[in-house]
Write a protein that binds this ligand. Structure first.
Ligand SMILES: [Zn+2]
Length: 98
């Protein structure tokens, strides 16, 4: 959690995917919450795969984390090779929440 350069960002799992495979996490950036739904999907090339979409928005991103080569389909990742989806899911895995 020692990131600088960006506004304070916290990530929390608010609904565990344990029961039916669908979880919800929230990212707070500068005090504004954004809610995302996640579902783990099989990942055959290492790491763990998740389908993620922001609630209320249609776009689904496939995110791969937990391996040496994370990836995401969003524009931010395409441009900068990092994004809040990868950072968020990685943080939740580190927390033991996923
Ligand atoms: Zn992303």
């Amino acid at each position: 959690m020692g990131q600088t350069a960006a506004p304070a960002r916290t990530i929390r799992l608010v609904r565990s995917p344990k029961d039916d495979g669908v979880g919800v996490f929230r990212i707070d950036v500068g005090g504004r919450p954004q809610f995302y739904a996640l579902r783990e999907v099989p990942c055959e090339i290492g790491g763990r795969g998740f389908a993620v979409h922001r609630l209320g928005m249609g776009t689904v991103y496939h995110v791969r984390v937990g391996g040496p080569d994370p990836s995401c389909e969003c524009l931010g990742f395409l441009r900068w090779a990092r994004c809040k989806h990868v950072a968020g899911l990685s943080a939740l895995i580190r927390q033991g929440a996923l």
